[in-house]
Ligand binder design. Structure first.
Ligand code: ZN
Ligand code: MN
Length: 128
């Protein structure tokens, strides 16, 4: 019984993350799923987010000590606005070749990279 309830909540978290491009924090996810599951705790939301991330169903974005979550599993890059703190998706072609660049003259095996682009987003530029 409890297990089924928890997995329904997990499904609801996953569905929310898949339909938003806002890269919400755990607190924002919590405020959203609470509308559907008023008794859910922030701890449960955290636990489900961790499980989903471990299962590879969502992506955890960590920068500057804060955590955001992304339900878009297609390879893409992120832009962080220094003014409003929003994280936006960047539609740019693959940067996979930088793994090769990083491996030049390096004896180990480069398997990946984490890149954040940052600056001021369009909305914030319009406002100033
Ligand atoms: Zn901004
Ligand atoms: Mn994204």
């Amino acid at each position: 019984m409890a297990v089924r309830k928890f997995s329904r909540q997990r499904q609801s978290i996953l569905e929310y993350l898949m339909q938003t491009t806002a890269h919400p924090t755990a607190e924002t996810v919590y405020l959203h799923v609470r509308e559907q599951y008023p008794n859910i705790s922030l701890g449960t939301v955290y636990r489900n987010l961790n499980l989903l991330a471990e299962e590879g169903k969502i992506v955890r974005l960590t920068y500057g000590g804060s955590e955001r979550f992304d339900g878009n599993l297609k390879p893409h890059n992120h832009f962080i606005c220094k003014t409003c703190g929003n994280i936006l998706d960047l539609e740019i072609s693959s940067l996979e070749h930088i793994n090769t660049l990083a491996g030049v003259g390096f004896g180990g095996r480069v398997e990946g990279h984490i890149i954040y682009f940052y600056g001021v987003c369009e909305e914030c530029l319009k406002r100033c």
